[in-house]
Design a protein around this ligand. Structure first.
Ligand code: ATP
Ligand code: MG
Length: 457
């Protein structure tokens, strides 16, 4: 069989040798799960998972460097030839009374039984690299060839066992460019009670994985039509049918989906693209003057809404801040009349570290209008050039680039540490941004005196 031959050559030598060690000791060993799926779709597998008939203690005994990372599921992480591999004992699963975790896990002796507990047919294929035999009891190969996603067994039952599976389905359709089989699709809407019980961390992880797809909107459209989105992020649904002003060809949701697909595939930047207009439905008004829609302050309202949602879904503080800043400043209205100090103020406001991301988001936002936007793109390109020039010139854009520091200020004013020092430095930076020539020690000390005389502090 063509596939077996392909797999034979693709299984890396260390994986083959790991399986050999298991076999030599009388245990069965198979390569299983996502790595086979990815390989058969012509992608590079991320990690190689092994299924074995060896019990966890037996695996532990066979390998000198083995860690029981998921012992309750029979998983041992084996460090082998410089890499780590998850070696899991063939297992079945008992009932799922909490819709999240199997009530009990029991070991089984046949690979087919192990494959039967897996979520989708394309994830339920095993390959024995020594006998060079493929085990595919649920038609996973055929589904891969036809690019179809379907559950192993009855979809409603499988989805209600473990609520995360509905979201994995949406994610795989996007990342692996699959069509969801109609029965599997229909079952999602009927299985949402179990999805409601999934932890927000797991939802976050799936969303981030979906963001690496060439067309992530496939996942989010599926989430919308099935009701997953209504549970996860209801304000995004308010974007559907929310018409925009004449500069836009699409409603807010369609525009957002295009923006998401156009944004560079950095997962965090794409979350910002997904949420960038979340404040629009709440802020929409009709202008009396132009009789067209306005969305004043939507970036501020949207940044607040996103902040709350990102906290709820347990994004790290760093990622949350980055996303919120991008949303807060996504309206970039550059004009050729901007002075150099206007450019410096812009960089100071949005943060030097956010500039490239912000321009990438602004570009995707402009392209997603669905109208001719050459002029706007040109302006963004010019802004990028000017930002680079300013950064390259090395003029102070941050407090730590000032020619004096907090200690200097304290000494000069003969005061103790306190919030005033920060205020003085911030004020100095404002002035230096207007006039970089001020950034010399003596001139800054003079400036402090002058500001004090003027009663600034
Ligand atoms: P990715 O690595 O891209 O997240 P994956 O399918 O490889 O996708 P893993 O979490 O690595 O996902 O899981 C490995 C295998 O375990 C899957 O291919 C599938 O066979 C099985 N599996 C994972 N999660 C579930 C689940 N929630 N329900 C049933 N089987 C699952
Ligand atoms: Mg995997």
């Amino acid at each position: 069989m063509l596939e077996s031959r392909l797999l034979e050559t693709a299984v890396p030598r260390p994986v083959l040798e790991l399986c050999k060690r298991l076999r030599k000791n009388g245990y069965g060993a198979w390569v299983v799960g996502g790595c086979l799926r990815d390989l058969l779709l012509g992608r590079k597998p991320e990690d190689w998972d092994i299924a074995t008939t060896a019990l966890p203690v037996q695996t532990m005994r066979l390998f000198s460097r083995a860690v029981p990372t998921g012992i309750e599921h029979g998983t041992i992480t084996v460090l082998w030839r410089g890499k780590s591999y998850e070696v899991t004992t063939l297992r079945g699963e008992g009932g799922y009374s909490d819709n999240r975790h199997p009530d009990n896990v029991f070991f089984v002796s046949e690979i087919e039984q192990d494959l039967a507990r897996r979520d989708f047919t394309i994830n339920a294929i095993a390959f024995d690299p020594l006998d060079k035999r493929l085990t595919d009891p649920f038609g996973g190969m055929s589904d891969l060839n036809h690019r179809i996603l379907r559950t192993v067994g009855e979809p409603i039952k499988r989805f209600s066992e473990d609520g995360i599976r509905v979201l994995r389905a949406a994610r795989f359709c996007a990342t692996h460019e699959l069509q969801i089989q109609s029965e599997t699709l229909d079952a999602i809407s009927d299985s949402l009670d179990s999805f409601r019980r999934v932890s927000h961390e797991r939802v976050r992880d799936e969303w981030l994985k979906a963001m690496s797809a060439a067309i992530p909107s496939i996942a989010f459209e599926l989430m919308r039509v099935t009701g997953i989105l209504a549970i996860t992020c209801p304000p995004l649904l308010d974007e559907v049918g929310c018409a925009q002003n004449r500069c836009h060809a699409f409603d807010v949701w369609q525009h957002t989906m295009r923006c998401l697909d156009t944004a560079i595939p950095d997962p965090i930047l794409r979350v910002a693209a997904l949420l960038h207009d979340i404040g629009k439905p709440k802020t929409r008004l009709v202008s009396e003057k132009t009789a067209d829609y306005t969305f004043y302050g939507h970036e501020i309202v949207g940044a607040e809404m996103a902040d709350e949602w990102l906290r709820d879904y347990r994004f790290s503080n760093r990622d949350r801040k980055r996303i919120v800043d991008l949303i807060r400043y996504h309206l970039v209205c550059y004009g050729e009349d901007w002075t150099d100090s206007a450019i410096r103020r812009f960089i100071r406001r949005v943060g030097e570290e956010n500039c490239e991301d912000l321009l990438a988001l602004a570009r995707a936002d402009v392209l997603a209008k669905g109208r001719p936007v050459e002029d706007e793109l040109l302006m963004l390109q010019r802004l990028r050039g000017r930002i680079r020039e300013v950064v390259h010139a090395g003029t102070a854009l941050r407090i730590n680039q000032l020619a004096i520091n907090g200690h200097d200020v304290m000494k000069h004013l003969n005061v103790q540490p306190g919030p005033m020092i920060g205020k003085v430095l911030a004020r100095l930076l404002e002035r230096v941004i207007e006039d970089p020539n001020l950034n010399q020690r003596e001139r800054l000390f003079e400036l402090i005196d002058r500001l004090f005389d003027q009663g600034e502090f």
